[in-house]
Write a protein of this length. Structure first.
Ligand SMILES: [Zn+2]
Length: 120
Protein backbone atom coordinates (compact mmCIF):
# COMPACT_ATOMS: atom_id res chain seq x y z
CA UNK A 1 0.00 0.00 0.00
CA UNK A 2 1.36 3.37 -0.99
CA UNK A 3 1.58 5.84 1.86
CA UNK A 4 0.56 8.73 -0.34
CA UNK A 5 -1.69 8.99 -3.34
CA UNK A 6 -2.32 11.75 -5.79
CA UNK A 7 -4.54 14.44 -4.31
CA UNK A 8 -7.16 14.29 -7.01
CA UNK A 9 -7.39 10.54 -6.52
CA UNK A 10 -7.77 11.05 -2.78
CA UNK A 11 -10.65 13.49 -3.20
CA UNK A 12 -12.22 11.13 -5.74
CA UNK A 13 -12.06 8.31 -3.18
CA UNK A 14 -13.66 10.65 -0.64
CA UNK A 15 -16.50 11.50 -3.04
CA UNK A 16 -17.04 7.82 -3.76
CA UNK A 17 -17.20 6.97 -0.05
CA UNK A 18 -19.77 9.75 0.43
CA UNK A 19 -22.03 8.06 -2.12
CA UNK A 20 -21.43 4.75 -0.36
CA UNK A 21 -22.32 6.22 3.05
CA UNK A 22 -25.40 7.86 1.51
CA UNK A 23 -26.69 4.52 0.27
CA UNK A 24 -25.97 2.82 3.61
CA UNK A 25 -27.90 5.55 5.44
CA UNK A 26 -30.83 5.16 3.01
CA UNK A 27 -30.67 1.41 3.53
CA UNK A 28 -30.86 1.91 7.31
CA UNK A 29 -34.00 3.96 6.63
CA UNK A 30 -35.69 0.86 5.23
CA UNK A 31 -35.48 -0.74 8.69
CA UNK A 32 -37.58 2.10 10.03
CA UNK A 33 -40.39 1.79 7.50
CA UNK A 34 -42.86 1.41 10.42
CA UNK A 35 -42.05 4.99 11.33
CA UNK A 36 -42.50 7.37 8.40
CA UNK A 37 -40.74 10.19 10.25
CA UNK A 38 -37.56 8.18 10.91
CA UNK A 39 -37.61 6.69 7.42
CA UNK A 40 -37.98 10.12 5.84
CA UNK A 41 -35.15 11.36 8.08
CA UNK A 42 -32.76 8.62 6.94
CA UNK A 43 -33.78 9.01 3.31
CA UNK A 44 -33.14 12.75 3.49
CA UNK A 45 -29.82 12.21 5.28
CA UNK A 46 -28.77 9.73 2.60
CA UNK A 47 -29.78 12.21 -0.10
CA UNK A 48 -27.68 14.91 1.61
CA UNK A 49 -24.62 12.62 1.47
CA UNK A 50 -25.18 11.92 -2.21
CA UNK A 51 -25.72 15.61 -2.98
CA UNK A 52 -22.53 16.38 -1.03
CA UNK A 53 -20.58 13.87 -3.11
CA UNK A 54 -21.89 15.52 -6.27
CA UNK A 55 -20.52 18.77 -4.85
CA UNK A 56 -17.15 17.12 -4.19
CA UNK A 57 -17.08 15.79 -7.77
CA UNK A 58 -17.77 19.33 -8.96
CA UNK A 59 -14.90 20.52 -6.75
CA UNK A 60 -12.59 17.91 -8.33
CA UNK A 61 -13.57 19.36 -11.69
CA UNK A 62 -12.58 22.84 -10.54
CA UNK A 63 -9.31 21.57 -9.03
CA UNK A 64 -8.45 19.73 -12.21
CA UNK A 65 -8.62 22.95 -14.17
CA UNK A 66 -6.16 24.53 -11.70
CA UNK A 67 -3.81 21.56 -11.64
CA UNK A 68 -0.78 21.65 -13.91
CA UNK A 69 -0.64 18.93 -16.50
CA UNK A 70 2.77 17.34 -16.78
CA UNK A 71 4.25 14.30 -18.45
CA UNK A 72 5.38 11.85 -15.83
CA UNK A 73 9.11 11.19 -16.21
CA UNK A 74 8.66 7.69 -14.91
CA UNK A 75 5.76 6.25 -16.93
CA UNK A 76 5.42 8.87 -19.68
CA UNK A 77 1.69 9.41 -19.11
CA UNK A 78 -0.03 12.76 -18.69
CA UNK A 79 -0.82 13.44 -15.07
CA UNK A 80 -1.88 16.46 -13.01
CA UNK A 81 0.11 18.12 -10.26
CA UNK A 82 -1.78 19.94 -7.54
CA UNK A 83 0.21 22.10 -5.14
CA UNK A 84 3.99 22.01 -4.80
CA UNK A 85 4.34 18.28 -4.58
CA UNK A 86 1.99 15.63 -5.81
CA UNK A 87 2.08 12.13 -7.16
CA UNK A 88 1.65 10.62 -10.57
CA UNK A 89 -1.89 9.27 -10.79
CA UNK A 90 -0.66 6.15 -12.59
CA UNK A 91 2.67 5.05 -11.15
CA UNK A 92 2.81 7.02 -7.85
CA UNK A 93 6.01 8.73 -8.93
CA UNK A 94 6.54 11.81 -6.72
CA UNK A 95 6.47 14.98 -8.79
CA UNK A 96 7.29 18.57 -7.90
CA UNK A 97 6.90 21.90 -9.61
CA UNK A 98 9.40 23.49 -7.24
CA UNK A 99 13.00 23.23 -8.42
CA UNK A 100 14.31 23.66 -4.87
CA UNK A 101 12.52 20.49 -3.82
CA UNK A 102 13.81 18.45 -6.72
CA UNK A 103 15.66 15.35 -5.67
CA UNK A 104 14.43 15.63 -2.10
CA UNK A 105 12.46 12.85 -0.56
CA UNK A 106 8.76 13.16 -1.21
CA UNK A 107 6.99 14.67 1.75
CA UNK A 108 3.43 15.88 1.84
CA UNK A 109 4.29 18.49 4.46
CA UNK A 110 5.66 20.68 1.65
CA UNK A 111 2.04 21.41 0.84
CA UNK A 112 1.21 22.75 4.27
CA UNK A 113 0.09 26.35 4.47
CA UNK A 114 3.09 27.68 6.41
CA UNK A 115 5.42 26.19 3.81
CA UNK A 116 3.38 27.62 0.98
CA UNK A 117 3.22 31.06 2.61
CA UNK A 118 6.98 31.25 3.08
CA UNK A 119 7.38 30.35 -0.57
CA UNK A 120 4.85 32.93 -1.74
ZN1 LIG B 1 3.85 8.07 -13.78
Amino acid sequence: MAKYSSKINKIRTFALSLIFVGFIVMYIGIFFRESPVLMTFFMLLGTIFIVASTGVYFWIGLLSTKAVQVVCPSCGKYTKVLGRVDMCMYCKEPLTLDKTLEGKEFDEKYNRKSQQNSAN
